[in-house]
Design a protein around this ligand. Structure first.
Ligand SMILES: C[S@@+](CC[C@H](N)C(=O)[O-])C[C@H]1O[C@@H](n2cnc3c(N)ncnc32)[C@H](O)[C@@H]1O
Length: 204
């Protein structure tokens, strides 16, 4: 994935600019509206510094995680107020209960789906009680797809929406919003499951 996103960085950005009906601004606002200024936020698979990354860094203490050196160089230039680390999101570690929110836009469909239960468990563990997880998940029943995409080698994998839901609930999340959204990619429509989930705060 790292080599692929290093190689396609400009192609990816040009391609993503052509997407329409992307609800990311609205979902990001749903997250940021629930966080206090200075909250500790992680963005997994942050890419080269999107408008959402800039928005998150404006109000919160943001750490972006990505595997691609080229994307990270661009993100550091565009978003100097955030910290960016080169890590595989399936291996990165944060202290238990140390994070207020985790965001992952359009990246978890690049992770082998068998790793999602463990990853959701880790995200839940990193979050403080009442912490939030915002993500856009793939919904096709795809065990593993390897091939060329935007001129570079790429990997896709995802579960159907019902299984994503079960796994998130199984990790301990309450789903505050859970919607299937179709965006228009240059090649045609593509469906994603947007989820805003919370880690239950202790009673009393
Ligand atoms: C489709 S892009 C999305 C970028 C950004 N989140 C956005 O919404 O525009 C996926 C990003 O995730 C990164 N990525 C893919 N697999 C990763 C992994 N296992 N760990 C960390 N980053 C990963 C890629 O390098 C790329 O920057």
């Amino acid at each position: 994935m790292a080599a692929g996103y290093d190689a396609m960085i400009d192609t990816w950005e040009s391609w993503s600019c052509l997407i329409t009906d992307d609800p990311r601004d609205e979902w990001c606002a749903a997250l940021t509206g629930r966080l206090a200024p200075g909250a500790r936020v992680i963005e997994l698979g942050c890419g080269g510094g999107t408008a959402e990354t800039i928005q998150l860094a404006r109000w919160f203490r943001l750490t972006g995680v990505d595997l691609s050196d080229a994307q990270l160089r661009r993100a550091r230039r565009r978003v100097p107020g955030a910290v960016f680390i080169r890590e595989d999101l399936t291996e990165v570690v944060f202290d238990a209960g140390s994070i207020d929110a985790v965001a992952a836009f359009y990246v978890l469909n690049h992770v082998p789906r068998d790793l999602l239960p463990g990853l959701f468990g880790c995200v839940h563990d990193w979050l403080a009680p009442g912490g939030l997880f915002l993500t856009a998940l793939g919904v096709s029943d795809t065990p593993a797809w390897t091939g060329e995409w935007l001129g570079a080698p790429t990997f896709f994998s995802s579960y159907p929406a019902g299984r994503n839901r079960e796994l998130l609930r199984g990790a301990g999340f309450e789903l505050l919003r859970d919607e299937l959204v179709t965006i228009q990619e240059p090649e045609g429509p593509a469906e994603f499951q947007w989820v805003l989930a919370s880690k239950a705060a202790p009673c009393g």
